[in-house]
Design a protein around this ligand. Structure first.
Ligand SMILES: *Cc1c(COP(=O)(O)O)cnc(C)c1O
Length: 387
């Protein structure tokens, strides 16, 4: 098969013999994970109170350069809280990309808001500032109250949610400029992009709020978990309040001043997070090495197969490496061949407007989105734990 050489380079990189299964992204536990978990059990602080939660928030703020970080139970509800704090209300519209994991649109839907799908750029695979501007120019107007509205639906357009696809930063500074110009809130779905920087600044810190995920398949994991990033202290305090049942501080009374959420990450998950974050530099280095191996191979590899490199001006965590096959048919052929031969590869997610819940949502031409969805495949990208 003409793609034999790809499987060979993958097996070599991950030290897998012929017939041994290579997963897409497996977690690595090689530091203080056990020690910190034992500490939780020995002290009985396994749940909603504990020192690891506070430490993980501090460590994450320091690592990303955000002013504050607030834990959540997972990335999906981090996005939910982020949208609530950005002021998104029932009936509003939120501009986002349909090339994303379902969580982005689910979070918008929990509020009763409507996603509108804007095209992505071919190189970043993330929301295209040009497509965003084009859509806004044609489809939006300011009403007398100064609210931005959709000409067709007359709904208020409140926020933009770009996603840093597979860890590659999108053109977030241009998107931030457009948001400022139009008075839109910017919420970054940085679920996949811990350790990714755009022009030296960590992803998730460009807008009002950023959301990160620590699911088991992400670059570092807490089992399940998420984190909100803020540059605004007051907003971070509100997030803390909202994610802890909106309970007012008191020594023994149970007073809550609004409908809140039980979205706080338990201490055992945060313990895992602290231990994982201690190793992130090494993880990122190993992932870059893998990307380098792929890049070199595909520079001279099977004809028509393109490796998706980190976009100019950015430093990607290369969470999931991706290649672009010449056509959907060849993509399917490669998926079949690699998965039949014990190497796990995956296409991108089904585009959101092809799912029944979002088929009626507004969208632009989606030219690049469709092209990428037809041709992209993710390759194994785990940290090589011996490194
Ligand atoms: C992983 C992910 C999330 C959040 O996922 P959780 O599993 O809830 O932590 C959100 N958006 C994208 C794009 C993701 O890849």
């Amino acid at each position: 098969m003409k793609y034999d050489s790809i499987l060979k380079v993958i097996r070599e990189r991950f030290g897998a013999k012929e017939g041994e299964f290579v997963p897409l992204h497996a977690p690595t536990f090689a530091g203080n994970e056990k020690k910190y978990l034992e500490e939780c059990i020995d002290t009985t602080f396994v749940s909603s109170v504990g020192a690891f939660v506070d430490r993980f928030e501090k460590d994450m703020a320091e690592f990303t350069g955000a002013k504050r970080a607030v834990v959540c139970v997972n990335g999906t509800n981090a996005l939910h809280i982020a949208l609530l704090l950005a002021g998104v209300k029932r009936g509003d519209e939120v501009l986002t990309q349909s090339l994303s994991f379902i969580a982005t649109c689910n979070a918008i839907s929990y509020i009763g808001a409507h996603p509108v799908f804007i095209d992505v750029d071919m190189d970043t695979m993330g929301l295209s500032p040009k497509a965003l501007r084009d859509w806004l120019k044609v489809h939006s107007y300011k009403d007398e109250a100064g609210e931005l509205r959709n000409r067709k639906t007359d709904r208020r357009i409140k926020a933009v949610v770009p996603m840093h696809t597979f860890g590659h930063p999108c053109r977030i500074d241009e998107i931030a400029d457009i948001c400022r110009e139009y008075g839109l809130e910017l919420v970054e779905d940085a679920a996949e992009s811990i350790g990714s920087y755009y022009k030296g600044q960590h992803t998730g810190t460009f807008g009002k709020i950023g959301a990160i995920s620590f699911n088991g398949n992400k670059t570092i994991t807490t089992g399940g978990g998420g984190m909100l990033l803020f540059n605004d202290e007051k907003l971070a305090d509100e997030a803390k309040h909202l994610t802890t049942q909106a309970k007012l501080p008191s020594r023994w009374e149970f007073i809550h001043d609004e409908v809140g959420y039980n979205y706080r990450m338990p201490n055992i998950n945060a313990a895992l997070g602290c231990a994982q974050l201690e190793q992130i530099d090494r993880f990122l280095e190993s992932k870059r090495k893998t990307a380098e191996v792929y890049k070199r191979f595909f520079a001279d590899g099977p004809e028509g197969v393109k490796f998706m490199e980190e976009p100019e001006g950015s430093r990607s965590n290369y969470w999931l490496n991706a290649i672009m096959l010449p056509s959907r048919e060849e993509r399917d052929e490669f998926l079949q061949f690699s998965n039949d031969n014990g190497v796990m590869t995956r296409p991108v997610w089904e585009l959101m407007w092809r799912l029944p819940m979002f088929e009626d949502c507004e969208r632009d031409s989606q030219t690049n989105t469709i092209e990428l969805a037809d041709r992209l495949v993710n390759l194994p990208s785990s940290v090589v734990s011996s490194e």
